[in-house]
Ligand binder design. Sequence first.
Ligand code: HEM
Length: 201
Amino acid sequence: MILKLHRLNACFLGLFLAAHLINHLLVAFSPTAHIAAMHAMRVVYRNGIIEPLLLGGLVVQLCLGMALIYNRGKPQGRWAWAQVLSGLYIIIFLAQHVPAVLMARWTLDFDTNIWFASAVVSEIPYLLYFAPYYMLAIIAVFTHIAAALYFRGHLPLARALPVIGITWAMAVVISMMLIGPIPAPYNTYLEISFGKTQPNG
Ligand code: HEM
């Protein structure tokens, strides 16, 4: 029952996540196209009915995931470990990512677009934490889906997905790092959050 709900909810959340990750990959080709696509997508995911469903669905998914980990006991085999560890990382990532996005949107005077995400991977020391943080999130999502497919017998796709995830993660995070000088307002975020004192452009 818990597994069925987890899978059903994953299909709903997967629609947002696929759009979100494809949108971030667009940065590698055109930051302008990425921002235009994000504005179009917000009409849907920031909608007064859909956004609470999305955020509530995430919380439910995390709780169901933790219940599955608890019920399963010690994972047996590489794929079981990959499934549990990637799920745990997604939980830890989302517990930081979503509050950070929402708090910035509600309390700071800027748009939470790619400049917001790129600010934290634009210079040392922040990128030492945030570059692996974002890369592992994308790799964890692909690995988690791969493990589910593995247990349903789709072996070639299961083996390919983590490799696609690593490539995707590198393309997204490296293009965020190279996107160019961070506009001044986004330094505010670094100042408020991490005590940064020198503007970086
Ligand atoms: C490189 C990886 C990622 C980057 C750079 C990133 C960046 C962002 C940004 C900039 C926003 C704000 C969007 C807006 O204001 O419209 C956002 C929102 C969000 N992200 Fe991510 N994200 C990444 C990965 C993920 C992953 C892997 C997940 C889920 C597993 C995720 C879940 C969310 C959610 C739920 C929101 C809030 C949507 C809302 O406004 O209600 N993100 N992300």
